[in-house]
Design a protein around this ligand. Structure first.
Ligand code: M6P
Ligand code: ZN
Length: 186
């Protein structure tokens, strides 16, 4: 394989070459926000885009490094802030790094024994997600949250556990304050 450059628009988070783009509407995340009524209402109205991921094409193999940008648009579903689905790595002993370019948010992480860690995300923050921690990103601000991620080629995504149980904590807007609460459905 030959070396190559890609180009990132720092303001918009878009990568213009060598890329595949994942667009996640709310309907792609049904059941992941705890307010099911609010979810259904939004899906029926405009099924808004919650986030996009610009993935640079690299072989999903040991020795390579996957890298991408994610853009989480600001907003809430009910009182829960816009967020990614969240995942464990299919190859669980693989780590990941997030570098925030713009916006503010939280990085919610959880191990299988339900130990939880939440880190702040803001422009310039570099978060290290060690092996074995599931990770979800939440936009708690009123601008897009844009971050760059790098992880091992073979890591893969395991969504199953999160799709069925979610995380044990939720991050919500309570009267204009960012609050971490227990997930009533966990
Ligand atoms: C980050 C990385 C990607 C991931 C994306 C969206 O950019 O962790 O691997 O795909 O966030 O998160 P999710 O896949 O959980 O929807
Ligand atoms: Zn990951």
């Amino acid at each position: 394989m030959e070396p190559f450059n890609s180009y990132l628009n720092f303001n918009r988070g878009e990568i213009l070459s060598n890329c595949n783009i994942v667009v996640r509407h709310l309907s792609d995340m049904e059941g992941m926000y705890y307010d099911l009524e609010a979810t259904q209402k939004i899906i029926n109205e405009d099924d808004r885009v919650i986030y996009k991921v610009y993935n640079i094409d690299v072989p999903e193999k040991y020795g390579h490094l996957q890298h991408c940008t994610s853009i989480i648009y600001p907003g809430r579903v009910g009182d829960e802030f816009h967020m990614t689905k969240g995942h464990f790595h299919a190859q669980e002993d693989t780590a990941e790094i997030y570098l925030v370019l713009q916006g503010t948010g939280k990085l919610l992480m959880q191990k299988k024994d339900t130990e939880v860690k939440i880190l702040d995300m803001q422009s310039g923050s570099i978060s290290y997600i060690p092996p074995y921690w599931a990770h979800r990103t939440i936009n708690t601000g009123n601008k897009p949250l844009i971050f760059f991620a790098v992880y091992p080629g073979e890591a893969g995504h395991n969504y199953g556990i999160i799709e069925s149980k979610g995380f044990c904590k939720l991050i919500i807007d309570k009267d204009g304050q960012i609050k971490v609460i227990d997930n009533p459905n966990y």
